[in-house]
Design a protein around this ligand. Structure first.
Ligand SMILES: [Zn+2]
Length: 387
């Protein structure tokens, strides 16, 4: 069990993605690779078919200004536990939070980052823990509890659900940010902490019969325009993305339990992780990962149009391929390799030209035998699996 806490060296996913590259696979190629794993282990049809079918029959892959592959033209599932859809959704939400925070933390306002956890142990049911979290939030922070915060000048709030899994089993918890229209003093923070801690501990005790440790509730005061916004974005972004997919393949960054992506990465080869992943799918079904007070996100949307134009302008259109070839690449687990080759097309033009040839061919002649063509192009790096 303990061995699961740190990614094992020589893990198939690691070896597969890391062995050839001179540089780390990008987030995009990792996410698409991980989605191909998810399709094999999921019990949900929407996830199994996510990112495989295009209404027009064609898939476009562009390069963002940052040099990352951006895939479009496909039906996607929109789920928070889908590695590809999560990244899209989270990027949008983080952007909104950043804009909203920059309007609220103008020097006269401040915010409090609030972490709320609950006692948990191995064997606890994830759905039960999530129900308790929600009920404790309602008891401690809406109604009378909410009025206390408002009394101190709270204007807006947001709440993100975060999740890790460790020696004590499922560890879902909330990361909340409260925005105030004034600068709080030390005294204010003292009373606010005392109040929320008391309400939270009482609610947890009533709901579970368990006592909270002191660290179950943590407050951090954030002020200052730039620093404040940066802290809020980092704090919220971490939960929205599931502590970032990059951590799946990075052994050093992993602390405090595994993320859902780390569980997913080994769910295909490890029966325990597969069961765990399925528990996550069931437990998180229809949960609200991100909640914001009314009007908060609208603050972050005013200049959206202008931004979207910018985003479009940053993209360099690189290649179009048929969705048949795309599906084949997904099935034989070459999608990560393909996207990496595209991202490094300038550094390794020869490798990219072979991919490019296949893509161009797939558009004019979609019904080719892709199993044969892809394998004879010498692009795969391991025996084909699951054709
Ligand atoms: Zn999806």
């Amino acid at each position: 069990m303990v061995a699961n806490l740190t990614p094992r060296p020589g893990h198939p996913a690691e070896a597969d993605l890391g062995k050839k590259g001179t540089s780390q696979p990008s987030g995009a190629s990792q996410r698409w690779h991980l989605l191909s794993v998810a399709r094999q282990v999921t019990t949900r049809k929407s996830l199994r078919t996510c990112g495989l079918y295009s209404p027009e029959g064609e898939v476009r892959v562009d390069l963002t200004e940052k040099g990352t592959a951006s895939v479009s033209g496909l039906h996607t599932c929109g789920s928070k536990i889908c590695p590809v859809c999560n990244a899209r959704e989270s990027a949008k939400q983080i952007h909104q939070v950043e804009r909203a925070a920059s309007k609220l933390l103008t020097g006269r306002g401040c915010s409090v980052m609030l972490t709320l956890t609950l006692p948990h142990q191995r064997g606890d049911d994830l759905a039960d823990l999530l129900d308790v979290l929600q009920a404790a939030w309602n008891a401690a922070l809406s109604g009378r509890g909410g009025r206390v915060w408002k009394g101190y000048g709270r204007t807006h709030y947001l709440r993100a659900l975060d999740y890790t899994h460790g020696v004590n089993g499922h560890h879902p918890h909330f990361h909340a940010v409260m925005f105030f229209d004034r600068l709080l003093e030390e005294d204010d923070l003292y009373w606010l902490e005392l109040d929320v801690r008391g309400r939270w501990e009482r609610a947890i005790k009533r709901l579970t019969g368990r006592d909270c440790v002191r660290a179950a509730v943590r407050l951090e005061h954030v002020r200052g325009e730039e620093d404040g916004v940066r802290s809020v974005v980092r704090y919220v972004g971490k939960s929205l993305t599931g502590a970032l997919l990059d951590a799946v393949w990075s052994q050093s960054k992993t602390t405090g339990g595994r993320t859902i992506w780390q569980i997913l990465a080994s769910a295909e080869t490890n029966a325990h992780d597969q069961a765990l992943w399925r528990e996550c799918e069931a437990g998180f079904h229809k949960r609200r990962w991100f909640v914001a007070s009314q009007g908060l996100l609208a603050l972050g949307e005013e200049e959206k149009e202008e931004d979207q134009e910018d985003d479009q302008g940053e993209k360099e259109s690189l290649v179009t391929l048929s969705d048949r070839l795309w599906r084949h690449l997904n099935r034989v687990r070459l999608v990560g390799e393909f996207l990496s080759a595209l991202e490094q097309h300038q550094a390794s033009p020869e490798r990219w030209s072979r991919w490019r040839f296949l893509c161009d061919l797939s558009v004019v002649s979609p019904s080719e035998d892709w199993t044969r063509l892809v394998s004879s192009a010498g692009l795969q790096r391991e025996p084909l699996q699951r054709l």
